[in-house]
Design a protein around this ligand. Structure first.
Ligand SMILES: [Zn+2]
Length: 95
């Protein structure tokens, strides 16, 4: 498990990327980058604040809902442990 304080790691097929994640602004950029790689490669892993999440494309046919707010999951899903969250709730876990 990635465990370096203030640094996030984004992993995707063919590479990985380290980014600072010291404050809320940094973390927003980290999420935007991770989402970019998830869209480009179909999935990406983000390790941040001692958590690991798998970001992947939402099933366009599936009516999957966020485990936290129950919103429909569109575009991307954020799997953290056995919970699958929307982009907004995933960001909340990183504070
Ligand atoms: Zn949610």
């Amino acid at each position: 498990m990635w465990n370096v304080s203030g640094v996030a790691r984004i992993s995707f097929p063919g590479g990985s990327l380290l980014m600072p994640s010291k404050n809320r602004y940094d973390r927003e950029l980290v999420f935007e980058q991770a989402e970019f790689y998830a869209r480009r490669h179909g999935a990406a892993t983000l390790e941040l604040s001692r958590r690991q999440m798998l970001i992947s494309a939402a099933d366009p046919q599936g009516a999957q809902t966020c485990a936290s707010c129950r919103d429909d999951l569109i575009r991307l899903t954020f799997a953290i442990g056995d919970r699958t969250l929307c982009a907004r709730c995933a960001r909340k876990t990183a504070r």
